[in-house]
Design a protein around this ligand. Structure first.
Ligand code: ADP
Length: 994
């Protein structure tokens, strides 16, 4: 019973601590980023977060951009004027301004642009500041400057402060500038007026300034403590007296709106009420700067040692052992009706805490011998009696007095593992040899004790239906108040070692032990968790429910949270006090807080308040790698259809590890839905069909906050040429064009050939005409030339006849007659020949020709010559036609003459000429009753020179040929029908001519 003494001692220490104003209540998780983790260099001068959520870090050698996973570094080769980066600021347009040892640079998201002083004076920009209205000021060791246009201007000529060193600069919403100095206090500049503020009695060096707009106060960090300038008054915050002689290097506000400062050679402190909570201690590696980000982290930039992230731990820890509130392994945690907490330990008895912040709890030990200090279970009953199950029996504390019970009082075994108070107030005491029941001052043995296969009972609990579940190291049992039965899981050994059993709000029974985690759901289905569920831990020590459906599992390898069918792992890195859990050491208190017991102490889970500044996570798709080469995704993305492997890399800025980022992605139209959440920041697809695609990724922070807008990449896999619509259309068009062209060319060729043929025909016709003409003139000439000598022969024959008459020579007349007759014949022949050659000229001109007149004249002529008599030739209804009168006359003359010539002897000649008007021509018929023409000769008679043997020698055989030529010249035809011995009918037509 040393508790009171210990308590007094501790109170004294706490009092001293409070005097100096230091607390250590809130726990922060530390993560270090240095050169080996990708930071450009480990001497950090400045840290800032940009609009997109990237963290920028300026170091002694390089500028680093952090996305929560990795750093990207920039140096002079990227366009920075110097690789020594002193200060970083962001402007309203989202640009990053970088104060370097060689001028100021601006990063617009793509390139760096350098700003220099006119006259090329090198500017050592140690401190940059951008006012609310966007003016960019900078200080060097001895001057104040401003960015104007593309240049830097010194304001030394306009504003004269002091002959001193400028150390820092800030401004307020009114546009007033504040400048801290090394030994002349703080200056305020309003317009071109300056105001000077000094400290009471010493010349403190100002090392940091922070304007708090909410309080209209300027925090001034010095080597003499923290001052506040408010309402033109300057005063020291008393509780910072302990910082005298130490530089305050940065002042910031946390997302809790508390002030946090970094002290160069001491650490980081948060102002809570009027006390300072030391949240980071650093003695060896010094602190240059501090930054509070939008998701609640505090970033510490060290002077060597890199960058430290401090993020609030989700656990508050009660440590066991030296310096902790308790000792030993916490085995059971129980809340009393008054809200106080009882903690059972191994070897150190029991602790009683007023609340979770009680660092000096009541301690009970040695109340039941040495084995009684091993306490595995505690139950606080309604009457405030505290029942403790120990390795030496049961101890009951009531009204500060202990009562103890062991085997002699009826316990089945003195090693008590668990005490459970059922719904009727009965205690079920699990021991290493069965179960003892306690009710109304009586211990009794559970009637089914001899039916357990293993006597080590670990826990008894009751489900929502009042059924008891009994966990043993040799299987699970069910007791319905009447019957005890062994629960036989399907496909699983019956003798599983059950260390703990828990029934959740859904009446799902959770069991855990050496054989891992299993579940019996309300339908009775048994499920054992394994690697496929993302959980293959074998040593399960406790199971408890947080908010409904959220199961926490204490294992031999840290704590797991099972929610939405997913496991989240917590270890010391997440602020957990340790990783080796203790059997059944878990509590959900009335306030809903969860207590977890580990070998090293107790971790209390507090759901960190949702951060006021937490933004919906923005997802950046960094890369698309297709078949091993990076694709530029800034513009329109077109990929060949031969592309095979598509590799997407993405990230969301995840500055806080406690709020794990998970990703869900979807490739439309391939994926129907979002993928299951994953921590992977890449996704690969293979063999995508040609077409349009959209790849989207969203991030989910802590299973709760989802991206408002997913990251999107759209791309198009260009189909092979033969599948593209334009190709199909243009190919169709091309084919159509080719066909058209082919047809066209063919037609043109034919056209040309036709024209050529036409030309040739014309040419031939002309040639023929020429030949004809030649022939005509030849025939004509020949005829003429022949006619004269024949005339001479006839003349000489006449002369000879006269001579012989005078000489009275007789007997020669017969010869002379022969000469005359044959000469006549030659003359007739020549006449006909002349006519034929002339008729080749076809017609001269068409005139109205009365056929009655023609036939009448011929008849008259023939009658006059005594050839025919009037009655031999009749004609009727002969028309007037358009024709060449002379030629048509010749036609009728020839045909009538032939009818006469080839008359049949012995019958009276009868020639009938008739006319018929056809739709398109005049038809004339010349019918005789002459000798007729043999059938085989009918086609021959129109050929020149054809004469029939049987006939006498009156014709030349040219007549019908001439007739035919004339008829044809009148666009007519001539043909004959004939019967030998009966007569012939000659038909001819002439066209309706103009
Ligand atoms: P020709 O000078 O021999 O009469 P044509 O050309 O006028 O020459 O007639 C050719 C032949 O057709 C004649 O030799 C004759 O045999 C036959 N022919 C012509 N007209 C008649 C007719 N009306 N009756 C019988 N035969 C005819």
């Amino acid at each position: 019973m040393r508790s009171n003494l210990k308590r007094a001692g501790l109170s004294l220490i706490i009092g001293i601590l409070c005097l100096s104003g230091i607390l250590q209540a809130k726990e922060y998780l530390e993560t270090t980023y240095n050169y080996t983790r990708g930071l450009s260099q480990s001497q950090v001068w400045s840290v800032i977060e940009d609009e997109k959520g990237y963290l920028w870090v300026g170091t002694q050698y390089g500028l680093s951009r952090f996305n929560g996973y990795e750093f990207r570094n920039f140096y002079t080769q990227h366009g920075l004027p110097s690789s020594i980066i002193y200060d970083l600021e962001t402007d309203r347009l989202g640009n990053l301004w970088i104060g370097t040892s060689n001028g100021i640079s601006r990063w617009d998201g793509k390139t760096f642009k350098t700003f220099r002083m006119k006259g090329d004076r090198i500017v050592d920009s140690r401190d940059l500041h951008i006012t609310r209205d966007g003016k960019i000021y900078f200080i060097t060791i001895d001057s104040l400057g401003v960015v104007r246009g593309d240049n830097l201007y010194s304001l030394d000529g306009e504003i004269d402060l002091c002959r001193c060193e400028y150390t820092c600069i800030t401004s307020n919403a009114k546009g007033e500038l504040f400048i801290g100095t090394s030994d002349a206090g703080v200056f305020k500049i309003r317009g071109n007026k300056t105001f000077s503020y000094n400290f009471h009695n010493n010349r403190a060096t100002v090392s940091a300034l922070f304007w708090d707009e909410d309080e209209s106060a300027l925090y001034i960090g010095t080597d003499d403590g923290l001052y506040i300038l408010q309402n033109e008054q300057i005063f020291l915050i008393e509780s910072t007296a302990f910082l005298r002689g130490h530089d305050i290097t940065s002042i910031r506000k946390t997302h809790h709106q508390s002030i946090v400062i970094s002290v160069y050679d001491k650490g980081v402190y948060e102002l809570v009420d009027t006390n300072w909570n030391r949240i980071y201690t650093s003695t060896q590696l010094l602190i240059n700067t501090l930054f509070t980000d939008s998701v609640g982290n505090i970033w510490v930039g060290k002077d060597g040692g890199g960058l430290i992230r401090l993020s609030e731990s989700p656990f508050q820890n009660i440590r066991s052992g030296e310096g902790g509130a308790i000792n030993g392994y916490p085995m059971a945690i129980e809340e009393a009706p008054d809200g106080s907490i009882w903690i059972a330990t191994t070897r150190f008895g029991v602790y009683h805490l007023e609340d979770r912040n009680d660092i000096n709890p009541e301690h009970y030990i040695d109340f039941l011998g040495a084995s009684g200090n091993i306490v595995r279970s505690i139950v606080v009953r309604k009457d405030n009696s505290v029942w403790m199950g120990t390795a030496g029996g049961i101890a009951v504390l009531k009204d500060r007095k202990f009562k103890t019970y062991s085997t002699q009082n009826g316990l089945t075994n003195k090693t008590v593992r668990n005490i459970y108070e059922d719904s009727e107030g009965m205690l079920w005491i699990s021991t290493d040899y069965g179960i003892t029941l306690y009710r109304d001052g009586e211990f009794s043995s559970f009637k089914g004790n001899n039916r357990f296969h293993h006597k080590n009972i670990t826990q008894v609990t009751q489900d929502n239906n009042g059924v008891y579940w009994i966990a043993t190291l040799g299987g699970l049992y069910k007791f319905d108040g009447d019957k005890l039965s062994r629960y036989k899981p399907p496909d699983y050994p019956n003798d599983m070692q059950v260390e703990t059993i828990f029934i959740d709000s859904q009446n799902t029974i959770w069991i855990g032990g050496v054989d891992g985690l299993a579940q019996i759901n309300p339908d009775g289905d048994f499920k054992r968790f394994g690697i496929v569920d993302g959980f293959d831990i074998n040593f399960i020590y406790f199971i408890i429910e947080g908010k409904p459906g959220e199961i926490w599992i204490g294992t031999g390898n840290g704590l797991y949270r099972y929610f939405n069918e997913q496991f989240h792992h917590y270890t010391e890195q997440n602020g957990l006090v340790g990783i080796e859990a203790n059997a059944r050491a878990a509590l959900k208190d009335r306030a809903g807080k969860l207590w977890f017991g580990f070998l090293n102490g107790i971790s209390i889970y507090k759901e960190i308040e949702k951060y006021a500044f937490i933004r919906s996570p923005v997802v950046y798709i960094d890369e698309l790698i297709v078949d091993g080469s990076k694709v530029n995704v800034s513009g329109k993305v077109e990929l060949p259809y031969t592309s095979r492997e598509f590799f997407f890399r993405f990230h969301s800025i995840a500055l806080n590890p406690a709020h794990r980022v998970q990703y869900q992605y979807q490739l439309s139209p391939l994926d129907d839905s979002w993928s299951v959440p994953t921590n992977q920041r890449f996704k690969q697809y293979s063999y995508l069909k040609p077409g349009h695609y959209q790849f989207r990724v969203k991030a989910i922070i802590n299973n709760e906050t989802e991206s408002l807008l997913p990251g999107v990449i759209e791309f198009y896999i260009v189909p092979p040429i033969w599948l593209r619509w334009w190709f199909i259309i243009s190919t169709g068009l091309l084919i159509a064009t080719i066909i058209t062209l082919f047809v066209f060319l063919r037609l043109r060729r034919l056209e040309r050939e036709k024209a050529a043929l036409h030309e040739a025909v014309k040419e031939r016709t002309r040639e023929l005409e020429e030949k004809n003409k030649e022939l005509e003139s030849f025939a004509y000439t020949v005829s003429h030339d022949l006619k004269d000598p024949v005339g001479v022969i006839v003349g000489y024959a006449q002369v000879m006849e006269d001579f012989l008459k005078k000489k009275k020579v007789s007997g020669a007349n017969h010869f002379l007659e022969g000469i005359k007759r044959n000469s006549d014949k030659i003359v007739r022949f020549i006449d006909d020949l002349l006519q034929l050659s002339r008729s080749g000229k076809v017609v001269e001109k068409f005139t109205e020709t009365d056929v009655r007149v023609i036939v009448g004249q011929i008849k008259k002529e023939l009658i006059e010559k005594g050839r025919i008599k009037k009655e031999n030739l009749t004609f009727r209804k002969l028309p007037k036609v358009n024709a060449d009168f002379d030629r048509l006359y010749l036609v009728f003359l020839n045909l009538i003459k032939n009818a006469y010539k080839y008359r049949a002897r012995g019958r009276k000649l009868k020639i009938t000429i008739t006319y018929e008007r056809l739709p398109d021509a005049h038809l004339f018929k010349i019918k005789d009753n002459g000798i007729g023409i043999e059938a085989e000769m009918i086609d021959e008679i129109f050929k020149p020179g054809v004469r029939l043997k049987s006939v006498d020698t009156v014709g030349s055989g040219f007549g019908l040929r001439i007739v035919q030529k004339i008829v044809e010249a009148h666009r007519g035809k001539i043909w004959v029908e004939s019967q030998v011995g009966k007569g012939s009918t000659f038909y001819f037509t002439i066209g309706f001519l103009e």
